[in-house]
Design a protein around this ligand. Sequence first.
Ligand code: DC
Length: 199
Amino acid sequence: MIVAIDGPAGAGKSTVARLVAADLGFGYLNTGSMYRAVALAAMREGADLGDGAAVARIARERTVRLGVADGADQVVLDEEEITVQVRRPEVSAVVSEVAAHPELREVVIRWQREVLDSGDWVADGRDIGSVVAPHADLKVYLTADAGERARRRHAELADEPGAPTFDQVHADIMARDARDEGRAASPLVVADGASVVDT
Ligand code: DC
């Protein structure tokens, strides 16, 4: 069984998906982490992030695994754990540009379908119900007003050194929304048959 949870950045998808997966005893697939892992690998190689073929080649040469250790999510690139690195602001700043390349999406969507092909999953992302798993048993589009998402993200980051201002977080959310909704390859949309939940 597959539960697909899509929606814009900061709507609470990963929190909800993780809780639902734990409650049902399903696996949890955070598809954004896969794009983040590729973005990090490409940055480290000094690749031109605007070059879709180059970024897709880097993805094909690497292995990205999502796991759980001691109850916490883990992202592993080849043999290296990169869970903390993929959440850094430098990665967040470039990941939507990287994720927009159709050549890369083809590779990453194949990885996602391989995972979802066996067992029961809750998967969150932008295109799970529309492209990756249109046959999902339940589709939810989780959203919230951009100002509200920025308020939550700002509060979450407030205790970290060098925390951004509310206006910076708000501008970042608006820019990511525009890139995720505006791209040609599997843009963020409400999938056919999805229930819209405004949080
Ligand atoms: O959910 P997130 O912020 O970790 O996602 C990181 C980026 O990857 C974001 O710009 C949207 C993109 N993404 C995507 O294009 N498709 C998905 N299924 C998941 C994430």
